[in-house]
Each structure stands twice: as C-alpha cells, then as structure tokens.
Ligand binder design. Sequence first.
Ligand code: GAP
Length: 548
Amino acid sequence: MSATKIIFLNDFSLVLSFLIRKILTLQPEIEYKFMVQQDEIFKKLISHCKEYGFVFPSSEIYDGLAAVYDYGQNGVELKNNIKRYWWESMTLLNENIVGIDSAIFMHPTIWKASGHVDAFNDPLIDNKDSKKRYRADVLIEEQLAKIEEKINKEIEKASLRFGAAFDVQQFRTTNPRVLENQAKYDELHARFVKALNDSDLEALRQIILDSKIVCPVSGTANWTEVRQFNLMFSTEMGSTLEGAMKVYLRPETAQGIFVNFLNVYKSGRMKIPFGIAQIGKAFRNEIVARQFIFRMREFEQMEMQFFVRPGEELQWFSHWKALRMKWHKALGLGDSKYRFHDHDKLAHYANAATDIEFEMPFGFKEVEGIHSRTDFDLGSHEQYSGKKIQYFDPELNQSYVPYVIETSIGVDRMFLSVLAGSYHEEVLEGGDSRVVLQLPPALAPVKLAVLPLVKKDGLPEKAREIVDTLRFGFNCRYDEKDSIGKRYRRQDAIGTPFCVTVDHETLNDDCVTIRYRDTMQQERVPVSQLETIISDKVSIKNLLKTII
Ligand code: GAP
C-alpha cells in the first residue's frame, strides 16, 4: 500500500497548488490528498459573490447594516430561478396546491394566537469581558459539532491508513479515542436536549460552564445569566393622534396562509387534502447573525401548508419528507451533500419535525424544515378570532379543524447551498486556472453568452442577430470585450452553461462554436440548432419532469 499524506492549504493558491503537484510527481510512491480549508473556501465564495454581482452587503457606502444583504444583477436572476423552480414544483405539479401572496403586516393578535409573542425567543448569554452576546444554544451546538469533528477526523485518518479494508463500524465501536469522544458527545447531547425541553435557562448556562466554553473574542468563561429575547421586530401603525397600534414584521409567512384558510377553501372550492403555497419576506431580529446570508434579519421564505384529515398527518409528513428531498437532489449538486436531521426538541405546535440539511463550507446546516403542525394554528386562530375555522368533509359527513404538514424553505439559504455546491477552483492543463460555478443550468442567471471573435468584419452584427433571435427563450448575454479566453472565464465565474463564438466562417456556413462550461469541450453546430440544444438543458420544465 502506498503512503498517504494530507496537505492542508490554508490560503489556497492555485499557482502554489499547481507547483506542488509538479514537485510531487517526483515521489510517485506517496499518494497525496489536497484538502482546502473550508473557511478559506467560504471567504472566497463571499468575495466572489460581491465581485460578480450576486450578493452585496446592504447599505455598503454607509459601512453596511449587520446581517442584511442585497442581491445584485446575477444574484437576482439566480434567486428568481430558485423561486420559480419551487413555485412551479408546488403549483404546477400538484393540482391540489394553490398559491397566495399575503401582506407582511397583519393584525397583531395573529402573533399572540400563533405563540410568537410569548414563545418566539432565543436564549441569550453575554460575555462580561468582551461584552459580546451569543445564543446559548448555538454555543452548545458548536461544542457538539467540535466533538463530532474530532470523531470524524479519527475516522478519516484511519480510513486513509487502512484503505479499502477499513470497516467504519468496527472502528467506531473499538477505537478508544472515538469511544471516549462519543461518550462525551452523548452525555452533552442528552443534557442539552433536557435543558431545551424543560426551557431550563440555568441548566443551559451550567452546560456552558461545565463544558468550559469560552468567548471566542475574550477567551474567558466569564458569562452572565441566560435570558430569553423575543425575535420579532415591531413598529407602529397609524398616527399617535388616532392611537397607534403596535404591529409586527412577520417572522414567518405561514401565518398569512393560516388566516386565509377559509378564504382559499371557500373561493377555490378546495377539497382536503389540499395545500396553499406562498413566497415572501420574513424578518427576525437574529442575535447571532453570522455566516453571510445563512442567518439574516430580513430574508425570504417559500412555505407550503398542506391541510389533511386528523390522524393522517404522519403519513403525509413522510410523503412530503421524501418529495422535498427529491426536489433538492434533482439539482445534481451531489446526493451525499444532503441529510435529514430530526428535531431533538419539537416546537410548541409540532408532533413531528425534520430538517433537510446541506453540507455548507461550515458543515451540515438546515436549509428546509418539514413540520407536522397538528391543528395548533387553525385551532388557535379559531379561539382568538372567535370565527369557526373548520372544513366540512363530505366523505365523512363531518366538520373538523384540519391538521397541517408544513414545508418551509429559506430562499437565501437555498441560494447559498446552490452557490456553495457549485463553486469550484480548477487547475487546468498547462498551468492555467479558473473559478467556475457549475450551477444547475436551469438555475444559472445567464444561459448563453454570444461572443464575436473580433469586433469587426460583420461578426458583432451576426452575434447580435443570434442574441436577438434567442433572447425570447432564455437569458442571453452579448460580450465583445477582451480575448476569447478572458470572456470564457468571465462566463465561467457566473455559471453560464453555454458560450458560442461567432467567427469568420460563421458568415459562410451559419455555424458557430459552442463551448460547454463544465467540460470546456467545443463543437461546431448550425445556428439553427442552438435553441433546441440550449432550451433542452436549461428548461425548468425539464427539471420538474425529473421529480414526478
Ligand atoms: N414556518 C416555519 C418556520 O419559519 P423555521 O425553521 O424557523 O420555520 C424555516 O424557518 C426556514 O426559513 C429555515 O429552514 C431557513 O431556511 C429559513 N430561515 C429561518 N431563519 C432564517 C434567517 N434568519 N435567515 C435566513 N433564512 C432563515
């Protein structure tokens, strides 16, 4: 067996990596593995987003506004494509799902009924030395993740050492270091779940002290008590003369669906089971607002509430769990990047809940939640509003408050997962390098770039003619500046799946050279075939066909 050496590249330089590869070919008996430190990749992804017009910090010329971001010219296209993929998968593929668009401002009693006024809290803790504020539950979760990482590193090292003969299960149950860390993990996890379930703030603090968790800024464990902090933003509606009313910026879009249940059921003559989908902004005064667009104070949700007969909810929960995972995996970013994570602590309204997590550069993180919300929301609105919110089931000849399965996905987290899964730095033959976004073609902001080889001899006119014909089917871009190589790199960096080059021959044979983003292969095709070749690959409809 050949020896293996892992080389961590702290500041990933493509040139350096290329040179190292060259030198290493002198020692063929050693198998080298290059591992780019994920936090470096994440930093690069963030600056790539800014440099190529995907995401900008909000109010940047005024030094920004924490945890608020703007989407640029390419970001908005990618975001709209994600929303379209979701919206059409809900409303076109399911004849019993319809959409709505409810207002952000709603009657304040809605948030009392939903439980948000009393229970939409985060447990906060301050470090007395740095004066920094943290979420107590997040500090403990990070501690758990560190232990898990230690276990995974042991397994990774052993797997490299033993190669094909390695048995993970046996290693997990026999290696003393893994067993010791697993026991630590299990004990901490059990205490954490109990503290959360009991809403025991003092127990959370004690876990932080016992685990010797320190503030990353001051390095000390000089912590305050843990306090609850409500995450809703509020404002005043109406002038003070009239007696202004305190209203909230909605922290989820779901309540807009619940309070419109009767309207849609009656005006749409809906029959259970049926769903209502909505895409819209939500606002939360997040305290730990780090990790770029992963946790924002203003973000967007795509939520669907599926109304079912009481007693059938867990069956529908499994159905939606499977369907939503299929929707994610159809994008082709790699099945191993997704996993389910069942909730340790169920929210006050749920009798089952799971997250779909994606492997971000900072670990597996929640992108979507699937919750069996029972009849909590409709029942509570019935109680607070005094209106009967029930469904008459003609088959059972009986009225009841329907049960609800919710699928709730953040547009921005989905955006981040797609970008993180698509971002690649490649060293090419000959020492050249490129950054390429291997975006699913149906989501790419620009589908086709048309490039005249030179800015004369009628080539720009021919290129523009091609753009003018194809622009009705998909987003096309014309680019004549710089060398062809530089123009290819610019399109790779924004994930354009196809480039076509118009050259002098095109004027004679009406053919162009099409270049495929991922393989960089080129072929000569008639202009008349471009629409079919490209439409087929970039169509959201074709993507949807793969998930039915
Ligand atoms: N209606 C249920 C609900 O809102 P949630 O788990 O609190 O459930 C659902 O949120 C999804 O919304 C999450 O899976 C995540 O993708 C997104 N989300 C929640 N808070 C967010 C934030 N501060 N920034 C960005 N996305 C967020």
